[in-house]
Design a protein around this ligand. Sequence first.
Ligand SMILES: Nc1ncnc2c1ncn2[C@@H]1O[C@H](COP(=O)(O)OP(=O)(O)OP(=O)(O)O)[C@@H](O)[C@H]1O
Ligand SMILES: [Mg+2]
Length: 257
Amino acid sequence: MKIAISGKGGVGKTTLAGVMARILAHRGRKVLAIDADPDSNLASAIGLPKEALAKLSPIASMTSMIEERTGAKKGNFGSMFKLNPKVDDIPDEMGVSYQGVKLLLLGSIPQGGGGCFCPENVLLKNLVRYLLVQREEALIIDMEAGLEHLGRGSTGYVDALIIVVEPGQRAINTAKQIKKLGEDLNIKKIMIVGNKVNSEEDRRLIEERLSEFPFLGHMSFNPKILQADREGESPYDMDEKIKEEVKAILAELEKRI
Ligand SMILES: Nc1ncnc2c1ncn2[C@@H]1O[C@H](COP(=O)(O)OP(=O)(O)OP(=O)(O)O)[C@@H](O)[C@H]1O
Ligand SMILES: [Mg+2]
């Protein structure tokens, strides 16, 4: 199972990614959780303790590793570098594990954006492709709205792109924009999860305005999730309801991929 999670800022992508990763790991699956949001916080949604956090650094900032593997200086446009740097040891060497979930932090796409042809980007794209194509683990990628880390060559291996939506027109509009990006990348299965749903009416609003997408389910508005965030804990460890809701979402997802 290889899934990418996207959506407007603050809708609950990281919450869903963190809880989903913990549920799959608890079932005995090997799980690789990839934080592809430059403003990363997946570690705390997984529940990584502070000591483990200290060991984690973003791949994109590992200047000397990138230089060594690509043979080029960071940010040095126009110079020659390897297009197929070694990446297969990165998850095990640079990821940090907790409760059966291995977390990797990708870090910021360099200036120039996802299309920028520079060593750090080439390394990141190669890494994401390797993770999608060759790793056996369940893969959960927490992304920003832009899908910047996905390259055309690898998106055929994404089983599903989940777009998280809260009940509001802005999140719905962003979902439609992400759908276009996903389709441009040739991702076949694009599905919706509702979050911060307070009522049947909220849920219906999301389902109706995005009726062109399969709807996997929703997570209710839940003060325990906010509390978990305030305390830097995983909602997985703080609340049963969110677990049950994400299990139902996973069951629906598994039927469709
Ligand atoms: N169902 C919910 N009920 C209440 N609060 C929630 C819920 N889901 C998420 N939150 C809170 O909303 C905030 C944003 O959630 P989260 O970080 O998961 O979103 P995100 O989409 O990953 O955000 P970003 O775009 O900043 O990465 C957090 O404070 C989180 O605790
Ligand atoms: Mg996030």
